[in-house]
Ligand binder design. Sequence first.
Ligand code: PEP
Ligand code: MN
Length: 270
Amino acid sequence: MSSVRAVTVRDCAIGGAEVVVMAGPCAIESREQIFEAAEVVAASGARFLRGGAFKVRTSPTAFQGLGWDGWKLLREAADAHGMLTVSEILHEEQIDEARRFVDFAQIGSRNMQNIPLLKALGRSRMPVMLKRGFGCTIDEWVHAAEYILTEGNPDVVLCERGIRTFESATRFTLDVAAVPIAKKRLGLPVLVDPSHAAGNREWVECLALTGVACGGDGLLVETHPEPSKALSDGPQAVPLGDFPALMEKTRRVCHAVGRSMAGSRVAAAA
Ligand code: PEP
Ligand code: MN
């Protein structure tokens, strides 16, 4: 497997021996929800708390997120559990202020070719996670990353989140081969998002384990205290109660492929 240059977000290296897990709800919905999620995912070994505050939804009538209030809650919940934050940034104008709340800037699938946003993040020097556009080739994805790199920001991590194919049994099709190919093309870390690829929680575990086995440097997983009440992406949310078991299995696959994963604080304390 090709070696990559690790990208460091605060004190966390992505692309080294450790597989880095980022987990939390699709959208931040309330203080209770994000704090509950943070407690469980941190205890299971996740290093980043994820959660969208500005949601890019297919329909304009769907929940659009809590905005800045959501980011404040994300920061508080992450800080309370010694975690880093990852969240989607939509506009160039959000970048400066976002740095107070967001450690790792996510560019969503629908914005992968938003060139002004890519260039602005390239100038910002904020670590960036570039999701693959679901209708884009690996080549287009690599060129999108180059827009950020050539503006002077070396801290770019890619994220394979599934592409649109003729298959409709899953929401998208996880392009497993894209992980080693993109790593080789850019020499940068690649994460895997099993949640948006699956679209159904039943297949998330299988795709998460596959994501580590094919060389993914980390995972981005959606989990929710009560998926049936989730305001966004409920069907693919792993119930928080099932998250520790998913992490245990993932840890075993990490070891099988010569990687490690942050320890479960619950197991360590027992
Ligand atoms: C998300 O991470 O919640 C999200 C909207 O992802 P994507 O951009 O991959 O659809
Ligand atoms: Mn989502």
